[in-house]
Design a protein around this ligand. Sequence first.
Ligand SMILES: *[C@@H]1O[C@H](CO)[C@@H](O)[C@H](O)[C@H]1NC(C)=O
Length: 285
Amino acid sequence: MAFSSNGFLVILGLSCLMVAYGGNFHQDFDITWGDQKAKIFNGGQILSLSLDKTSGSGFKSKQEYLFGRIDMQLKLVAGNSAGTVTAYYLSSEGPTHDEIDFEFLGNLSGDPYIVHTNVFTQGKGNREQQFYLWFDPTRNFHTYSIIWNTQQIIFLVDNTPIRVFKNAETIGVPFPKTQPMRIYSSLWNADDWATRGGLVKTDWTKAPFTAYYRNFNVQTCSPRSCTSSSASSISNGAWQGQELDAYSRRRLRWVQKHFMIYNYCTDLKRFPQGIPAECRRSRFL
Ligand SMILES: *[C@@H]1O[C@H](CO)[C@@H](O)[C@H](O)[C@H]1NC(C)=O
């Protein structure tokens, strides 16, 4: 099966039914933190999180997902957002959990947000890559997506891939493929580290700080055809064949060349015994 949207061509080799689902925040998410500071409105079409001096707020998905493509549109905290962090991520539970992270580090008005990404496998992260964006993420909604299949994890911004984490199990790097994950998001204060390494503090006279969410969409296996099958047939099944086409690879290189500001794979000081194994074989360094 092949389809193309905005030039992003994906080939799917599916052995189980694909379900595309446009979500409703009332049905699909629970507010987990901050009570009144998280709001759902427009009949479930929009959710907002806010942060003031007393607390931040957060939500999580009711469902768990094992592989799929998950899209969410976010409009980040506008104006002076220094010290605030908006986290948007997938995570399983427990000490050996897997996690796929987007974190948006706020800044003074007019200064760039940092998009911080990380991948945890079996409870271990330390795989940060950071980017600036090629637009102001506070003016409009933009789409942040995660494609997760047995072969790779792709982070996308407005359908442009910014990061690919490949399955490197053959060289001993664990890959998330057995633990289902929920979607989480939260807005909190992290002015001890987030903006210019903690130099710029949150200006509470600008509170409350608010971020908006809409158009949640998930394409995954239908529960009936997937969760009833064994883990191994899941890993042989959905999302297996999804690869970047030539255009998307060019876009990825463009982002990595012009907007990437930190890559753990090139941080030799941090890994004196040698960079992590998965970095050595990455095609996108
Ligand atoms: C904030 O702006 C400064 C100056 O442009 C920049 O160095 C920094 O990377 C920006 N982002 C964060 C989150 O500190």
